[in-house]
Ligand binder design. Structure first.
Ligand code: FMN
Length: 312
């Protein structure tokens, strides 16, 4: 079984990915949150750091592009090739309103003819292998039949399906019936993504879909960074590992960012997902949310690690 780390914009940047890779591992591919090509054709400084080979050393990293312009996609892919990448992922799932209203991400799924022309051009000219990460459509999961018929015309490295529609955002549950149909009909290898939070979730999924050889996890890994390792039969996270993992991420943000507020914003986002791994974390999570100074934050985190143990 192959396990991929989902791209989570704002969270799984290079600092998080490195710490995850070095402290827990277990992933066959590490997807990099989306690059949004700009008019000048330059990478932003965040994007440059995220894709730079030294920040991804040892990992199989896959950059992702969010665009509906074939020209922008191809220009970006050509630049990514010069960084040494062999595979690029196309984002056809982002549900954010600002993205969707511009016809990108999941918004592109509402324009099948344009999408097909776009795919025609990028598959003809792209110097890298292309994989696609997709939702089922904008509103109606029934839209996926037509979309899949289009995808089937192209030699995708793999098709990663998050079986929700745009209007679900992250609510409701993944539509496994439509996923099942897609699995039967896809001409590309399929990877499943969505709501795998625990080994029990995975076992339930695998019992229904024993033929699926590849899954991608996002929020499940944020909540339990040892999830991939556990799914492959390894051990759960212990306190020392979690401390090391936290300290690397915190040190990375302190080095990369300036100002207590900015650093703490990132750490609070991390703890939003991670805190429940400690069964009695509520009072610490509340204190962390209230922290305004790194000095205070460090004391709360020390106290948490001194007094609590993870539940896995
Ligand atoms: C905060 C956040 C940021 C995300 N950023 C991206 C992104 O950059 N590219 C992408 O394809 N999906 C993005 N996603 C979607 C995830 O990659 C994934 O498809 C989704 O969370 C479902 O998988 P999960 O249930 O394992 O988390 C994001 C999701 C969240 C919650």
């Amino acid at each position: 079984m192959k396990i991929y780390l989902a791209p989570l914009e704002g969270i799984t940047g290079f600092i998080y990915r490195r710490a995850l890779f070095e402290c827990f591992g277990g992933f066959d591919k590490y997807f990099i949150p989306f690059i949004r090509p700009n008019q000048k054709g330059h990478f932003s400084s965040r994007e440059k750091k995220d894709i730079s080979p030294e920040n991804n050393a040892g990992m199989y990293a896959v950059p992702q592009i969010l665009t509906n312009s074939a020209e922008d996609f191809l220009r970006t892919a050509a630049k990514l090739k010069t960084y040494g990448y062999g595979e690029v992922n196309l984002n056809l799932g982002c549900p954010s309103r600002t993205v969707v209203t511009k016809g990108r991400g999941a918004g592109f799924l509402a324009k099948p003819e344009e999408l097909e022309r776009f795919l025609d051009e990028i598959f003809e000219k792209c110097p890298l292998e292309i994989s696609v990460k997709t939702r089922l459509g904008m509103e109606d999961p029934g839209q996926f039949e037509k979309i899949l018929a289009i995808y089937n015309r192209f030699p995708m490295k793999e098709l990663i399906i998050h079986p929700r529609v745009q209007k679900d955002f992250y609510k409701n549950t993944p539509n496994l019936d439509v996923f099942e149909q897609a699995l039967q009909e896809s001409s590309s290898p399929v990877c499943y993504n969505g709501d795998i939070f625990t080994t029990a979730d995975y076992e339930k999924f695998a019992a229904r879909f024993p033929e699926v050889e590849c899954i991608m996890t996002g929020r499940g890994t944020l909540a339990d960074p040892a999830l991939a390792r556990k799914l492959k039969g390894g051990k759960g996270a212990d306190k020392a590992e979690l401390k090391k993992f936290h300290d690397r991420i915190y040190a990375g943000y302190c080095e990369e960012m300036s100002g207590d507020r900015t650093i703490l914003y990132k750490m609070k986002e991390l703890w939003f997902y991670l805190a429940p791994i400690f069964p009695d974390s509520r009072k610490y999570a509340k204190k962390i949310r209230k922290c305004e100074k790194c000095r205070v934050y460090e004391e709360v985190v020390e106290e948490l690690f001194r007094n609590e143990s993870p539940a896995c």
